[in-house]
Design a protein around this ligand. Structure first.
Ligand code: NAD
Length: 249
């Protein structure tokens, strides 16, 4: 799938988490192709190897559950590259367990990675963005945060939390020039969904109006839109759903 070469994000500095793989990697690629200086970040040290293919200018290995490390990486990027104009939060984990059998440890791990770390990353970039009166925050949640999912109560709860947190943040800071929004994808072909059983995937594809899952290159342009001026200027606390028609809010 071709990546549009534009100047929609010319001169913008973008930090993308979860960028070693899947949707985050595609968002990094599309932001760089739109003229942005992109730093890719991930827990997986292989993130360094995606600098070349994505067109990023740097990579940071970061476990987003480490509060100090989040603050350090944001400070490092701002020292090395300059102000972070756009934060895209696209890391995540997904496991499956019926609620009746779900351990507290699994619940807490999912909430830590998929929700609390999003809060920390958002908080870490805010002082700079508010001081400059300019910034874009794009948090990748999931349509499951809107509709729930069997054996996915932990994941769906975390994603619903990301949506509610982002709306609340948008209410707090949009008048100061910082726009926060959510992308809530439907099923997308990435390593995240590799582990889900094939029977479920076949049934899921059949119920989608488009009849197929998306691919990361079909999600990434939504992040470019939200980060861009003027395209993203009027999006405040919105939940955009590249989801093959699965959810129509
Ligand atoms: N693939 C889908 O169907 C789908 C649908 C809706 C939402 N999403 C969301 O999109 C985002 C990206 O998912 P993806 O499908 O690209 O998955 P992916 O597995 O391809 O990528 C997720 C990345 O997050 C990183 N990560 C995991 N834990 C981390 C941690 N503690 N610190 C830093 N990085 C960490 C992983 O190393 C990985 O590179 C996630 O938030 C996911 O929940 C995915």
């Amino acid at each position: 799938m071709s990546v549009p070469q534009t100047d929609l994000l010319a001169g913008r500095r973008v930090l993308v988490t979860g960028a070693a793989s899947g949707i985050g990697r595609a968002i990094a690629t599309h932001c760089a192709a739109a003229g942005a200086s992109v730093v890719v970040s991930d827990l997986d040290p292989r993130v360094a190897a995606v600098v070349g293919p994505t067109g990023a200018v740097g990579a940071k290995v970061l476990d987003v559950t480490d509060e100090e490390a989040v603050a350090e990486v944001v400070a490092e990027v701002e020292a090395e590259l300059g102000a972070i104009d756009v934060l895209v939060v696209s890391h995540g984990i997904l496991t499956q367990a019926p609620l009746a059998d779900m351990s507290t440890a699994l619940w807490e791990e999912t909430l830590a990675v998929d929700l609390t770390s999003v809060f920390r990353l958002n908080r870490a970039v805010l002082p700079g963005m508010l001081a400059r009166g300019d910034g874009r925050i794009v948090n990748v949640a999931s349509q499951l945060g809107l509709k729930g999912g069997a054996s996915l109560a932990h994941y769906a709860a975390a994603k619903a939390g990301v949506i509610a947190m982002t709306k609340s943040l948008a209410l707090e800071v949009s008048s100061q020039g910082v726009l926060a929004n959510v992308i809530a994808p439907g099923p997308i072909e990435t390593p995240l969904v590799d582990g889900i059983d094939e029977e479920w995937k076949v049934a899921k594809r059949a119920e989608l109006p488009l009849g197929r899952f998306g691919v990361p290159d079909e999600v990434a342009p939504t992040a470019v839109l939200l980060a861009s001026d003027p395209g993203g200027n009027l999006f405040v606390g919105q939940v955009l759903g590249p989801n093959s028609g699965d959810v129509m809010p």
